[in-house]
Design a protein around this ligand. Structure first.
Ligand code: IMP
Length: 192
């Protein structure tokens, strides 16, 4: 089976992706690869940040690697927080501060449409391939559920009545942006 490094320090992402890649390819996390760096996300697009993450790790290891960058794009906020989703409430702020600011900025707004968008960058033998996954849904005005991470407690995917934070990981993966992008990666790897 093929082995890829997953260029992330986010254990939630590792857990979600391992669920869908079991039996398809092996994933080595940065920690398992003995790499202890905070990978920068300096760019203003998900694509450029994903490329940056996989490239930094490829240059260090010369091994096949993939990364992903995800943003929550809210229609009434002109696509924000988008690429700044992790730092929406400021550098070093946590998930809760970001969710609080999002709810504040949507206070009184009736259009609650939003989407999660994931871009995966794969570097295979040094050549890059990009894959996208989108999950549309709505932002509710209170927080529900304790699973998942980030904006999960306020996001209900289209076709569900539960927030992502009220779902098991398997349930989230029925709808998930990340699962959709990774499924494209799996299909691609099956062909090369
Ligand atoms: P990044 O891809 O690590 O830059 O993620 C940006 C931010 O988006 C994270 O810190 C989370 O707040 C949020 N995020 C990414 N993926 C998800 C998800 O699947 N559910 C909820 N929030 C997410």
């Amino acid at each position: 089976m093929r082995t890829l490094i997953f260029a992330t320090n986010n254990q939630n992402k590792v857990n979600e992706i391992r669920k869908v890649t079991e039996g398809k390819f092996n994933i080595i996390t940065l920690k398992e690869a003995g790499i202890d760096i905070d990978i920068p996300e300096p760019h203003d697009t998900l694509e450029a940040n994903a490329t940056e993450k996989s490239t930094v790790i490829y240059q260090l290891t010369k091994q096949d690697v993939f990364s992903e960058d995800t943003g929550l794009e809210v229609v009434a906020l002109n696509g924000e927080p988008g690429v700044k989703s992790a730092r929406y409430a400021g550098e070093g702020r946590d998930f809760q501060a970001n969710v609080d600011l999002l709810l504040l900025n949507l206070d009184g707004i009736t259009n609650r449409q939003a989407q999660f968008r994931t871009v995966v960058s794969l570097l295979l033998d040094g050549k890059e391939y990009l894959f996208e996954g989108i999950c549309t849904g709505t932002i509710i005005s209170e927080q529900r559920g304790r699973q998942g991470f980030g904006y999960d407690p306020v996001f209900i995917p289209e076709g569900s009545t539960k927030t992502f934070a009220e779902m098991t990981m398997n349930e989230k993966n029925i709808f998930s942006h990340r699962k959709k992008a990774i499924s494209k990666l799996i299909d691609f790897l099956a062909q090369v």
